[in-house]
Ligand binder design. Structure first.
Ligand code: GAL
Length: 448
């Protein structure tokens, strides 16, 4: 949302006055910039036409997909820090709604193709960054920011290689999210005498018991990307971390009997899912759990930000555990912000990145967003019970990367997997899914 529209509003008022006096103007009509999913195009055109170069330098357009409960609030908290530190730079929130960036990334791709890059955008550490944006030569290295701000001393060693190529660092990580979280409704479990499952077998038994007690769909799921999210966590449970990681570095065999077993586990998990999944957002699916309409949901820990945002309390409203069978593993992803080549307002973009990497920015954003800070020097006192447990697990668990959220596969490979998954969700053909995955790895993955 625009924080400081004064010069722009004055210009618009002037334009409206001229129009009212019969003068002609090419100005677009006033754009409502208070919406969460803001289309800033008209606003920008007006600004580009009317603002002086000096005024233009005083804005920054930041692109993300954080428009919903918890996510938008976290972003707003960081924008608050930015506004305090850089009161003269107008913040343009170019967030596009849609979980996991499915819509936003399509809009971003179109803009990048048209040479209309925002000043900074949200990208995931890992292959999404390196195998997609860096591969397309769209980013400037930001080593200078790491050096000036001493970030190499406070950012996790695990993360630096995932945002670097040939000694160049290409983004500023703002958080660490955990993907393999099982959210559950404590009341539903205790009323049905069901313990929190710790293995896939226990999970199936628990869901059988809940179905026998009349809950048809004990596991809540949403639209297709949430099925991919579920798939990667079940694959980790079924394969274990070594074989899971081998799928992404070319040393594993997508056609193996172990992968067949993992796909069978995934197919079985899907038998417990609500039939209207494709019509639900991740928030809708998570909400089924806190409302008591489902017992379980597998979702990243942004769900915790959402639960708190809609008024639920940890332990009473919702409980959490590693996805059954993944205990001791932290399947992670990291949101980071980039500096595009040719950023329209490069200095302002650097100001934004400086806040995104700062302790103040991260400690304002993460407690609300439901993520732990990328920096290791956070003030633990600001974080709730779930996030403190995530911090401890991040420090002690085996860390593996997420597929759905950009760590282990670049866009081309991930998109082929997504297509295969979409077909499987429609036809349930496990053999077909496995051969499509084998083919995807050869065409665009590490088996090439
Ligand atoms: C992820 C992103 C998270 C959260 C989630 C749901 O891809 O990394 O920060 O926004 O999507 O939208």
């Amino acid at each position: 949302m625009s924080r400081k529209l004064t010069p722009f509003i004055l210009l618009l008022l002037l334009a409206m006055l001229l129009a009212a006096c019969g003068g002609t103007t090419d100005e677009p009509e006033t754009t409502d910039t208070t919406d969460t999913a803001v289309d800033t195009t008209d606003t920008e055109e007006a600004m580009d036409e009317e603002m002086t170069e000096e005024e233009m330098a005083q804005m920054v357009e930041v692109f993300s997909w954080w428009t919903g409960g918890g996510e938008a609030a976290g972003l707003e908290a960081m924008i608050g820090v930015f506004a305090e530190k850089y009161p003269d730079i107008e913040f343009q929130n170019a967030a596009v709604a849609g979980g996991a960036g499915t819509n936003a990334r399509a809009v971003l791709a179109t803009r990048l193709q048209a040479g209309d890059a925002p000043d900074s955008w949200q990208g995931h550490a890992g292959q999404e960054l390196i195998g997609t944006y860096v591969a397309a030569d769209q980013l400037e290295p930001v080593n200078f920011l790491f050096e000036e701000n001493g970030w190499l001393d406070v950012m996790p060693e695990t993360l630096i290689p995932l945002i670097s190529q040939d000694g160049n660092i290409y983004s500023v990580p703002v958080n660490i999210h955990r993907a393999n979280v099982l959210w559950y409704n404590p009341t539903v479990l205790s009323e049905n005498g069901v313990d929190v499952p710790t293995s896939l077998a226990e999970w199936f038994t628990a869901m059988d018991a809940l179905q026998a007690a009349g809950m048809d769909a004990p596991l809540a799921m949403g639209e297709q990307w949430t099925a991919m999210h579920l798939f990667e966590t079940v694959a980790l449970a079924s394969l274990g971390p070594d074989a899971y990681e081998a799928l992404w570095d070319g040393s594993g065999d997508w056609g193996s009997a172990e992968v067949t077993a993992a796909l069978n586990d995934f197919a079985k998990v899907l038998t417990y899912v609500n039939s209207d999944a494709s019509a639900l957002t991740w928030q809708d699916a998570s909400q089924l759990v806190v409302n008591g309409d489902a017992a379980f949901n597998v979702m990243g820990d942004w769900a915790e930000g959402y639960f708190r945002e809609i008024g639920f309390e940890p332990n009473t409203g919702y409980g959490w555990a590693p996805v059954p069978g993944t205990n001791g593993n932290f399947q992670f992803l990291s949101d980071s912000f980039v500096l595009p080549k040719g950023a329209p307002h490069r200095d302002a973009a650097i100001a934004w990145l400086t806040v995104a990497g700062s302790i103040e920015g991260q400690d304002a954003f993460n407690p609300v967003k439901g993520s732990i800070p990328a920096r290791s020097d956070a003030d633990r006192g600001l974080y709730g019970e779930y996030l403190l447990s995530a911090m401890d697990d991040w420090a002690s668990d085996r860390v593996v990367g997420s597929l759905t959220h950009g760590v282990v596969a670049n866009d081309a490979f991930k998109s082929e997997i997504d297509t295969a998954l979409g077909l499987f969700l429609a036809d349930g053909n496990i053999e077909g899914l496995q051969s499509a995955l084998v083919a995807a790895c050869s065409t665009s993955g590490p088996c090439q």
